[in-house]
Design a protein around this ligand. Structure first.
Ligand SMILES: Nc1ncnc2c1ncn2[C@@H]1O[C@H](COP(=O)(O)OP(=O)(O)OP(=O)(O)O)[C@@H](O)[C@H]1O
Length: 252
């Protein structure tokens, strides 16, 4: 069986800066796969490459065996890859549930014609999307906020809302960029449970995260980046004992 995501000899340079250099790894379906490394190691650049925001300078990315180099982020989302951002992408002047429904728009089959004439097919799609969005909000623990304007929600609730929005397109894989940043210990524990639940139900999860306790507890495998290159790859137990990782993190 081939991997869900396969990255081969990936390079991304910005002028003279090699943000990602010669990176290869693969993620199997059902895994929680984390990318860690110091600030500036290339983690977010790697996510931006995988999700189609950046074009690689060199190398290859495959999703389910298909090369993604010519695909835009929305085409990747159609193929089952969704993400959240370090800087949340929530529309603050919309309600919580409207934000989640936005994440579902890829799945809505209504044509411009049905939209213009408000035909029953559109109403049905909208009703289904709202129903599904409400279920997802319940699932991530935001069930009390359906019609709350996003601007009135706490930071922790907004982070979960963003996950619900990414899940709304029924992804096979969801990429979370620093989901625990800014969360307190209780919120982080709830996030850990949520990620576990998502993975246990069959959605593959990729994480960029600085919270080592969270990452070590939850990941099946980890990729450690340093100055854009792979420093180590393996299970949490392997990574903890890796002398290169220890040296990089403890400063020699
Ligand atoms: N759009 C860009 N233009 C120029 N340089 C960039 C760009 N994006 C990233 N870089 C550089 O590439 C390197 C890797 O950055 P990146 O943001 O991917 O690291 P990171 O591991 O995600 O860091 P952090 O943990 O701080 O988010 C850094 O040296 C950064 O300055």
């Amino acid at each position: 069986m081939s991997a869900l995501v396969e990255v081969k000899a990936l390079d991304k340079a910005f002028g003279g800066v090699h943000a990602v250099e010669g990176v290869s790894f693969s993620v199997d379906a059902g895994q929680v796969y984390s990318v860690i490394g110091p600030n500036g190691a290339g983690k977010t650049t790697l996510f931006n490459l995988i999700t189609g925001l950046y074009t690689p300078t060199k190398g290859e990315i495959r999703l389910n065996g298909e090369s993604t180099s010519d695909l835009e982020p929305n085409q990747l989302a159609e193929r089952g890859m969704c993400r959240t951002f370090q800087q949340m992408q929530i529309c603050m002047n919309m309600t919580a549930i409207e934000n989640v429904m936005l994440g579902r728009h890829l799945k809505l089959k209504s044509s411009l014609f049905t939209t213009l004439f408000r035909l029953p097919a559109l109403r049905r799609d909208e009703d289904n999307a709202r129903q599904r969005a409400a279920e997802l909000m319940e699932y991530v623990g935001c069930g009390d906020y359906l019609d709350t304007e996003a601007s009135a929600m706490s930071y922790g609730a907004l982070k979960r809302l963003e996950i619900a929005r990414a899940l709304a397109a029924d992804p096979k894989i969801i990429l979370l960029d620093e989901p625990a940043a800014g969360l307190n210990a209780t919120e982080t524990a709830a996030l850990e449970q949520l990620i576990r639940k998502i993975a246990d139900e069959g959605t593959t999860v990729m994480l960029v995260e600085h919270d080592m306790k969270l990452v070590m507890g939850i990941s099946d495998r980890l990729l450690v980046l340093n100055y854009g290159r792979v420093l180590a790859e393996g299970t949490p137990a392997e990574i903890r004992q890796n002398p290169d990782v220890i040296a990089a993190y403890l400063g020699g």
